[in-house]
Design a protein around this ligand. Structure first.
Ligand code: EPU
Length: 308
């Protein structure tokens, strides 16, 4: 428990803020690692600003949990978890728009439904990513159809000192699975995105990709998505991608486990949580993989997943 009774009662006076003390966080992250902590949900931008102001004055550390899909959570923490539940204007997804100003907490799956219905070109890039918009933007999430950075216009951010700023996307804003503009404590609260017109091929593209993922990835078991980044190398002037899943498979590590955490038989860049695995189990399995890769190929894979 991070919050004192007094802090809890002060926060609880705001009806747009919900506080859960020592919450089991399994429900809040796709990996379902053994983890608990104080969780604060905010239902409006005003409530978010109030909470951040409160954190600053009380010197409370926080982290935004998003949809919790590319995260490895510790069993206990010395920060509170902040969950955005910002309202989505009810009519915004009724018709295709030129651009969309969306709350960071909107789930990408909802946007994919909209893209499927209207054939929005560009929105296929985030098909199947189990994330909130803000979380996906923060890590420039993507698939082999592209990256979410492609369709961003600008990003609205609340800083830990309570100031707000807007970041207009430039070619330097994003690189592979990362952003280059957020600072520690910054919270994305809304994002303006565009598309590249209506294209009748898009729904098929999205459906084909969904079917491919279903076939090639363990989607019905708790995982954190791909554990490692693919590795880009330049050989004789040509860029080549070393696929983490392929190489981990090749070195024979599929099925290798540490306690209740196992390297997937379906796709070797996924670790499956078969019970109540922990962050320690995760780190041990990462080390096993990287030791093996290092001894055979002389490098280690960088992690794609965020470890807290
Ligand atoms: N492969 C194997 N064995 C395995 C897994 C893959 O031989 O166990 C081979 C496949 O047969 C294929 C190649 O490796 O020839 C590449 O596999 P895949 O098409 O699944 O692509 P990937 O590079 O492993 C990337 C993203 C995924 C994304 C898929 C599909 C990264 C690190 N991974 O995987 O993203 O879903 O493409 O678009 O960029 C994620 O970001 O969490 C994630 C899983």
């Amino acid at each position: 428990m991070i919050l004192s009774d007094l802090q809890l009662s002060k926060l609880s006076q705001n009806h747009e803020i919900t506080v859960s003390i020592d919450q089991d966080l399994a429900r809040y992250n796709s990996f379902r690692l053994k983890s608990s902590g104080d969780l604060i949900s905010v239902k409006s931008l005003k409530a978010l600003r109030d909470v951040v102001h409160f954190f600053k004055s009380e010197r409370i550390s926080y982290r935004v949990i998003g949809q919790g899909s590319n995260l490895v959570l510790p069993e206990t923490s010395n920060w509170v978890y902040l969950k955005l539940e910002l309202p989505l204007a009810s009519n915004i997804l009724n018709e295709p728009q030129i651009e969309y100003n969306l709350p960071a907490s909107v789930q990408l799956s909802l946007l994919t439904q909209h893209a499927l219905k209207f054939g929005l070109s560009g929105w296929e890039v985030f098909t199947g990513i189990p994330a909130s918009l803000g979380g996906a933007v923060a890590m420039n999430a993507g698939t082999n159809l592209g990256e979410i950075g492609n369709i961003i216009i600008d990003i609205q951010v609340l800083k830990s000192d309570g100031e707000m700023y807007s970041h207009t996307k430039t070619p330097a804003s994003f690189s592979y699975r990362r952003n280059n503009f957020l600072h520690n404590g910054d919270i994305i609260h809304s994002v303006r995105i565009k598309h590249f017109g209506i294209d009748s091929e898009i729904p098929k593209k999205i459906r084909d990709y969904q079917a491919l993922r279903k076939k090639t990835q363990p989607l019905n078991i708790p995982t954190c998505g791909c554990v490692f980044k693919n590795r880009k190398v330049v050989e004789q002037g040509e860029e080549k991608i070393i696929r983490a899943g392929q190489l981990i498979d090749l070195v024979g590590l599929k099925g290798r486990s540490v306690n209740q955490l196992q390297i997937s038989h379906v796709h070797a860049n996924f670790f499956e949580n078969l019970g109540r695995a922990t962050k320690e189990d995760f780190l041990t399995l990462v080390q096993i993989v990287n030791d093996e890769v290092q001894s055979k190929y002389g490098f280690k894979f960088d992690m794609e997943v965020e470890v807290w």
